[in-house]
Design a protein around this ligand. Structure first.
Ligand SMILES: NC(=O)c1ccc[n+]([C@@H]2O[C@H](COP(=O)([O-])OP(=O)(O)OC[C@H]3O[C@@H](n4cnc5c(N)ncnc54)[C@H](O)[C@@H]3O)[C@@H](O)[C@H]2O)c1
Length: 339
C-alpha cells in the first residue's frame, strides 16, 4: 500500500513533533510543510531536505495529498480545517478543535458529508498511563468514584490570543471525559489575569458529573514548579498519575475510610482509616503522540471514526465555553449544553 501523503500547517513549538512522528512512521510521507515564518521553515528544511516548505498553506492543495495536520494557533483551526476538508483532505487538527462549538459542529458535518476523517489532537487519550486510569475506574477496583482532581501548572508558556483555560484545560477536560465516560452536568470557573490584562493565566475549574462525581481542574502559566498530576479518589482505592515522573507514573494507594456501622453514641463512633500498600504498576509506555499519529493514519486506511474524533473535540469545546461563561460571571455554575 502506498504511504499516506501528509502536509502540515504550522511548525512552531508543537508542529515539529507531529512532523517527526509522521516522518518516522513508515505508512506516511510528509510531502510539504507550511508556516508563515521563514525561520521556522528553514529549520524544517535543514532537518528534512526532502520535505517541501512554503509560506502559503494553499500550496498544500497542489500536491495530491491525502491528509493535512494543523498545528497553528486555535483561532485559525476552523478556517484552515474547513478549507482542507473542502479540498477532500482528511484532517488532524490540534486541540482545541475550534474556539466555538458551532464551528466544530460545521467541521463534523463537512467531514461526514465528504466521508473524511476529522480528528483532534487530544494526545492524552493515547497515553498508556491514562489508559491504566480508565481501566482501574472501569474495573471497579477503585470502588465508587468520588472525585478526579487534576493540576497542570508551570511558569509559561504565556499566550496572547487566548487564556490558560483554552490553552491547557483541553488536556484535562479530555482526560476526565475519557476516563469517566460521562458528560459533565455543570461547570464553574474562577481565576485571575495576573500578568496581562484580560488574559487569565490562573484558572480553577469545577466540573460536576452524574453520580455526584466532582472534577476539579487547576491550570496555570504562573506557578513556580511544573505539575502534571491527576488524582482519582474512590471509595476503595486512590490513584495518583504523575506525568512528570519518568518510570513511576502511576501509584495505586490502598487507602480510604471505612465508616462504622450504626452507633448509639458519639463515643462509639469512630472512622477506621485504612492505609495499606502502594502499588506501582509497570506500564509499557510508547510516545503518546506516535500512537495518536498512527491512529489517524489507520482511521484513514480503514475508514474508521477516531477515538478523538470531531465529536470528542466538540464535547471539550462545549465544556470550555461553559467554563468561559462562568469565568465571565464570577464563577457561577453554568450548565454544559448537551450535544
Ligand atoms: N497536543 C499537545 O500536547 C499540544 C502541545 C502544545 C501545543 N498544542 C497545540 O498545537 C497548536 C500550535 O501550538 P504551538 O504552541 O506550536 O504554537 P506556535 O505559536 O509555537 O506555532 C504555531 C505556528 O503556526 C504558524 N501559523 C499560524 N497561522 C498560520 C497559517 N495561516 N499558515 C501557516 N502557518 C501558520 C505560526 O507562524 C507558528 O509558527 C495549538 O493548537 C496548541 O494548542 C498541542
Amino acid at each position: 500500500m502506498e504511504p499516506i501523503k501528509v502536509g502540515v500547517i504550522g511548525c512552531g513549538y508543537w508542529g515539529p513533533n507531529l512532523i517527526r512522528n509522521f516522518v518516522e512512521i513508515p505508512t506516511s510521507d510528509v510531502i510539504i510543510v507550511a508556516d508563515l515564518k521563514e525561520e521556522r521553515l528553514s529549520t524544517i528544511a535543514a532537518r528534512y531536505p526532502k520535505i517541501m516548505v512554503t509560506r502559503n498553506y494553499k500550496d498544500l492543495f497542489n500536491h495530491s495529498l491525502d491528509a493535512v495536520v494543523i498545528a497553528t494557533p486555535p483561532v485559525t483551526h476552523y478556517s484552515l480545517a474547513k478549507e482542507c476538508l473542502e479540498h477532500g483532505l482528511n484532517v488532524l487538527v490540534e486541540k482545541p478543535i475550534t474556539i466555538k462549538s458551532e464551528y466544530a459542529e460545521e467541521l463534523i458535518q463537512l467531514a461526514a458529508a465528504n466521508d473524511l476523517v476529522l480528528m483532534v489532537g487530544h494526545t492524552f487519550e493515547y497515553n498508556a498511563a491514562v489508559h491504566t486510569l480508565k481501566q482501574l475506574i472501569d474495573s471497579g477496583e477503585l470502588g465508587q468514584i468520588y472525585y478526579v482532581d487534576t493540576a497542570r501548572l508551570n511558569l509559561g508558556l504565556f499566550q496572547r490570543d487566548l487564556n490558560v483555560l483554552w490553552d491547557l484545560a483541553p488536556h484535562d477536560i479530555s482526560i476526565l471525559l475519557h476516563i469517566l465516560g460521562r458528560h459533565p452536568i455543570s461547570v464553574s470557573a474562577h481565576g485571575m489575569p495576573c500578568v496581562f490584562d484580560g488574559i487569565h493565566d490562573v484558572v480553577y475549574i469545577d466540573m460536576l458529573f452524574p453520580d455526584n462525581i466532582l472534577g476539579p481542574i487547576h491550570v496555570s502559566w504562573l506557578a513556580p514548579c511544573k505539575v502534571r498530576r491527576t488524582t482519582v479518589v474512590g471509595s476503595k482505592k486512590m490513584v495518583v498519575y504523575n506525568d512528570i515522573e519518568n518510570a513511576e507514573k502511576i501509584k495505586i494507594y490502598d487507602k480510604g475510610i471505612d465508616r462504622p456501622p450504626y452507633t448509639e453514641s458519639f463515643a462509639d463512633f469512630q472512622f477506621s482509616y485504612r492505609s495499606g500498600d502502594i502499588l506501582i504498576p509497570n506500564i509499557r509506555f510508547s510516545e503518546p503522540l506516535r500512537l495518536e499519529c498512527q491512529h489517524f493514519l489507520e482511521c484513514i486506511q480503514n475508514h474508521c471514526e477516531p477515538q478523538s474524533g470531531g465529536n470528542q473535540g466538540l464535547e471539550v469545546v462545549k465544556v470550555l465555553e461553559a467554563a468561559q461563561d462562568s469565568l465571565n460571571k464570577n464563577g457561577s455554575y453554568q450548565e454544559v449544553i448537551k450535544w
